[in-house]
Ligand binder design. Structure first.
Ligand code: NAP
Length: 247
């Protein structure tokens, strides 16, 4: 499942799941664009780790919600590594509140990053993915998009939205041989989960048959499979990586 000489772009790759995906890609020979918004030091650490493992990496600062910045990142990618073969739309944020306390700003912020960012990055790299030999669009959704979750109306909406987006892009890319798939993790040990109060984490864990939260590496291995040649005949799918939770 080598990714030798494949150009792979991972949004939000400075921390958490994105970081694990970027390092996994690098370990398998890819040229990796390590996108980040504000964690410059961490993004450079990820790039160094990839280079130490024999891959090539380029950290690029760009807010996914900023269309011009993402267009510029795509240009930088092409100059450094040539056109992208794989785009992983991973960057995401939460602003958790009960709906009755949720302001339009809380709603907009999450939609602008989690869906607006997916539009911007997919749009900026679309011609690359379309023209690639076996191109890959991989969207990171969530079990929350499948189940809903108390206090996450904005976030759940964006993560469900990725299902329709992925199915549609799968159809529109199909004639080119490139694929679009969604990976929907359960609850993963990252900074994002840290924001969930401990008593709520305990309740969530009771619903996970495997009786543990995922590690970022649990998700990264599946994403690497989807990015690989072995997954060439799979498109428009949602891969649930959630420890056996029902949805
Ligand atoms: P995390 O630990 O909070 O890391 C978020 C990453 O996204 C960071 O690298 C951050 O970069 C980047 N990011 C945030 N906003 C950005 C923006 N506007 N532009 C560019 N980069 C941005 O989150 P995570 O838990 O790894 O989550 C990654 C993805 O998995 C998200 O889409 C999330 O919804 C999804 N997910 C997470 C879980 C979970 O339990 N953790 C479960 C299911 C799905 P900076 O540090 O530079 O800001």
């Amino acid at each position: 499942m080598s990714l030798e000489n494949r150009t792979c772009v991972v949004t939000g790759a400075s921390r958490g799941i994105g970081r694990a995906i970027a390092e996994e890609f690098g370990n398998h020979g890819a040229n990796v664009v390590v996108n980040y918004r504000s964690s410059e030091g961490e993004a450079h650490e990820v790039a160094e780790a990839i280079e130490e493992s024999g891959g090539a990496a380029l950290p690029v600062q760009a807010d996914v919600a900023d269309e011009a910045a993402i267009e510029a990142m795509a240009e930088t990618t092409r100059e450094a590594f040539g056109p992208a073969d794989v785009l992983v739309n991973n960057a995401g944020v939460t602003v958790d509140k009960k709906f009755e306390n949720m302001s339009r700003e809380d709603w907009k912020r999450v939609v602008e990053v989690n869906l607006g960012g997916v539009f911007n990055a997919t749009n900026a790299y679309f011609e690359d993915i379309k023209s690639a030999d076996d191109g890959r669009l991989i969207n990171i959704s969530s079990v929350v998009g499948q189940q809903g979750n108390y206090g996450q109306a904005n976030y759940a909406t964006t993560k469900s939205g990725l299902f329709g987006f992925t199915r549609t892009l799968a159809l529109e890319l199909a004639s080119t041989g490139s694929t679009a798939n969604c990976v929907a993790p359960g609850f993963v040990e990252t900074d994002m989960l840290e924001t969930v109060p401990e008593r709520v984490q305990e309740k969530i864990l009771q619903r996970v048959p495997l009786d543990r939260f995922a590690t970022p590496d649990d998700v990264a291995g599946i994403v690497r499979f989807v990015a690989s040649e072995d997954a060439s005949y799979m498109t428009g799918q949602i891969l649930a990586v959630n420890g056996g939770m029902e949805w």
